[in-house]
Write a protein that binds this ligand. Structure first.
Ligand code: AMP
Length: 359
């Protein structure tokens, strides 16, 4: 079977690495930029808006999926007329827009931070009146890794927000002084079978994920069940097929949904070594209509992103239980170049290894 993947970044690369043992083949399509997945499989270059490119990409594929969420929805819809596309275009469109996403959460009874759409200066004034300060102003579309958003704490910040207002439609959210950030990865296959990984604790700096701890330390079954209940309602309402990631703020015992990603996710990289079946393999199983694999964690894991630069290989590889993944990308500031996952049965040993890793 040949799997077509829109985008050819590191997530695509890890999908291919998970698919080869299952006998799968891959074809990627990348519009611009480097192609970490292109080192492993056929990679077409061309615009997602060009029907001829899409036809060439789709020829002979069994299924199409994507590894980044800013795929133009009309490209997904067009491909879907020829080849099954999973997750479906509707799920993609919802996850591309922070407002649609929040409205879906609300409709499903999933708590979210207070929020209001902002299209112009007058909306901003009104939204600030309702939500107050501090608040976070975000572009509704195309934001990632903390880009396209700013925290508003005072009148000066509100003045500085003019540059965001020029970027189009926005969302104002209450700033949540959360205890921690957690995420859940769920997966649903074409037959409707679902499975969930344990909640993970995520640490961000400058809006970029630095570290994930899996399972989230001190995770209690009630919190896990609540996150699963929220995730299953999203999966079923959207008739979703594939892996979804839902990010939450944990605040005063509640889980407030921040956003969802309609794809495999950075906070699930630990599953390659730290779970019985990785998120990448389960995504492939799901979109191909195969039975899902166990999502049980094998001991504890810490995943550390390598951002902007890569340490000497020896430094990482000398640490027992360290698994290094490099994506083959050109280093520059703020760029995810790879990750290291440490796994161990004993959380205390894991902590010692993390210190030894020195990252
Ligand atoms: P996002 O792109 O929405 O995932 O935001 C990136 C990061 O900014 C999040 O992981 C949080 O650390 C922080 N952040 C975003 N929204 C809020 C909020 N409403 N309150 C507090 N922190 C936030």
């Amino acid at each position: 079977m040949i799997v077509g993947v829109l985008g050819a970044g590191q997530l695509g690369r890890m999908l291919a690495l998970a698919g080869y043992p299952l006998g799968l083949r891959f074809r990627f399509l990348e519009a611009a930029g480097e192609t970490p997945a292109g080192m492993l499989a056929e990679c077409l270059r061309g615009s997602f808006h060009d029907r001829q490119v899409l036809d060439r990409f789709a020829a002979g594929l069994d299924v199409v999926t994507y590894e980044f969420e800013n795929v133009p929805a009309d490209a997904a819809q067009y491909l879907n007329q020829h080849v099954p596309v999973y997750p479906g275009p509707h799920a993609l469109e919802t996850a591309q827009d922070r407002l649609l996403e929040k409205l879906l959460f609300q409709r499903l009874g999933i708590p979210t931070p207070a929020h209001a759409p902002v299209d112009d200066r007058a909306d901003l004034t009104q939204a600030l009146g309702e939500i107050g300060l501090p608040a976070v102003l975000k572009t509704r579309r195309l934001g990632y890794d903390g880009k396209g958003q700013m925290v508003l704490r005072d009148a000066e910040d509100i003045e500085r927000a003019a540059f965001l207002l020029a970027k189009g439609t926005l969302l104002l959210e209450a700033f949540v002084p959360f205890q921690r950030e957690v995420s859940i990865l769920g997966v649903r296959n074409r037959q409707g079978q679902t499975a969930f990984y344990p909640l993970v604790e995520n640490h961000h700096r400058e809006g970029i994920l630095r570290r994930s701890l899996a399972p989230a330390p001190g995770l209690n079954p009630a919190l896990q069940m609540r996150a699963e209940r929220y995730a299953v309602s999203i999966l079923e309402t959207l008739d979703y097929v594939g892996v979804v990631a839902v990010e939450f703020f944990e605040h005063e015992g509640r889980l407030l949904a921040n956003e969802m990603a309609p794809r495999v996710h950075n906070s699930g990289h630990w599953t390659i070594e730290g779970a019985q079946t990785s998120q990448f393999e389960n995504h492939l199983r799901a979109v191909l209509g195969l039975p899902l694999g166990s999502t049980t964690a094998v001991g504890c894991s810490v995943m550390v992103n390598l951002i902007g630069s890569v340490p000497p290989l020896e430094t990482v590889l000398q640490v027992p239980g360290a698994h290094l993944h490099l994506y083959g990308k050109t280093p520059f500031r703020g760029r995810k170049l790879g990750h290291v996952t440490l796994t161990d049965e004993d959380p205390k040993t894991l902590q010692d290894r993390l210190v030894q890793l020195g990252l």
